[in-house]
Design a protein around this ligand. Structure first.
Ligand code: 13P
Length: 365
């Protein structure tokens, strides 16, 4: 699969307008179509798109938008050598008879929508089922209804000539242990494959997008990164059929460096034939977004930060990342900011203070 080879990963830029508004609100930027476009266009034209990003997942609004130079966003992505994709589910809704849980909708009219997205340039798709862990959860109803929907979605996507990303996300929210996460995630993934096989999906033409095995975010018993990698590999080895070519993890609320470090260890310890890479949303965009919000016209600065994150993850997807390389980030930023500082002195001392202040925002260790 071209999307995932040679350490390349996927940029998940498919936040719905509601989610994107939350992200932009958090950095005090107005969530207008223009601002959403500007941030995304900034990422899609970054240098690392060429060597790190194999695919970009778009949202309905974005796939229909045109950039400042009149090009469509799918064509900008294709020009960089990456493949445009599209989120096609219409969101997680309350599940009847288990109202604390969700079932993902979007099958009605999907065949027609896929045709339209194909014409707009999409060549792969995403559908996310979401499950939470609790005493009684995920219930059998949630596990089977979401698996069924993922299989029907995948069948329609393959019929339309595109590659489905199958994303069953077991959320990290809660007090549960990593062992619970391992048991529940394995059950969820196994049920997905049971349904995919019933629906005659060509497993060699899908990408699985799972969560890593982590203790709940409110658990008192966190596990080490090494244990995250061994439990994640254990889960996938016993749950994923060998025909599946690639696995691209979601970040799910991990910090940027945590998501990179865990992916790196998974690849170092990978004793399977699966490609293991990233399909990150927050863990690729967080610090770039923070930086961008200080000056939405600073394209170069925002891209510098995004490029570094993409490169770190591409190294991790090959088991070649190290904390020393991560720390070089400081140097990259500082040299960038010094350059800006100098040029601002030369051009009348306009932005100098601002850039030095901004630099501290991005230098998180
Ligand atoms: P995160 O990496 O932020 O979890 O997003 C990935 C994604 O596509 C969720 O559906």
């Amino acid at each position: 699969l071209k999307i995932l080879s040679n350490g390349k990963g996927i940029l998940a830029a498919d936040e719905s307008n509601v989610t994107m508004t939350k992200r932009l609100d958090s950095v005090n930027i107005k969530s207008s179509p223009e601002n959403r476009l500007l941030f995304r266009e900034t990422l899609f034209t970054a240098e690392s798109m060429r060597d790190c990003i194999g695919g970009v997942i778009l949202y309905d609004e974005t796939i229909n938008q045109k950039s400042s130079n009149g090009k469509t966003l799918p064509s900008i992505i294709s020009d960089s050598g990456a493949i445009p994709g599209i989120k096609v589910d219409t969101g997680a809704k309350d599940l009847a008879n288990s109202l604390d849980e969700k079932v993902t909708e979007g099958l009605d009219g999907l065949r027609e929508r896929l045709k339209k997205y194909y014409e707009l340039g999409a060549r792969f798709t995403k559908w996310r089922g979401v499950y939470s862990i609790g005493e009684k959860y995920p219930s059998k109803i949630a596990i089977s209804s979401n698996a069924h929907a993922l299989a029907r979605y995948s069948a329609l996507v393959q019929e339309s000539g595109m590659v489905p990303i199958v994303e069953p996300e077991v959320l990290m929210d809660g007090e549960h242990s990593a062992e619970d996460c391992l048991i529940k995630t394995s059950e969820v993934i196994q049920k997905c494959f049971e349904e995919l096989i019933i629906h005659k999906i060509d497993l060699s033409g899908i990408i699985l997008k799972p969560n890593m095995i982590l203790a709940g975010n409110k658990s008192k018993n966190k596990i080490s990164n090494e244990e995250v990698s061994s439990k994640t590999l254990e889960c996938l080895k016993k749950s994923v059929p060998n025909e599946v070519p690639g696995i691209a993890f979601l970040s799910g609320g991990q910090s940027e460096v945590e998501a990179t470090e865990n992916l790196n260890l998974i690849n170092i310890n990978n004793n399977t034939d699966f490609i293991m890479t990233y399909s990150y949303g927050r863990a690729l965009q967080q610090s770039a977004l923070k930086f961008w919000s200080n000056d939405i016209n600073d394209i170069e600065g925002t891209q510098t930060i995004f490029n570094h994150r993409a490169r770190m993850n591409t190294l991790a997807a090959q088991g070649k990342w190290s904390s020393e390389l991560e720390k070089k980030k400081k140097k990259i930023y500082l040299s960038y900011f010094s350059k800006q500082y100098l040029s601002s002195i030369l051009s009348g001392f306009k932005k100098s203070t601002r850039y030095w202040q901004d630099s501290s925002i991005s230098i998180e260790t």
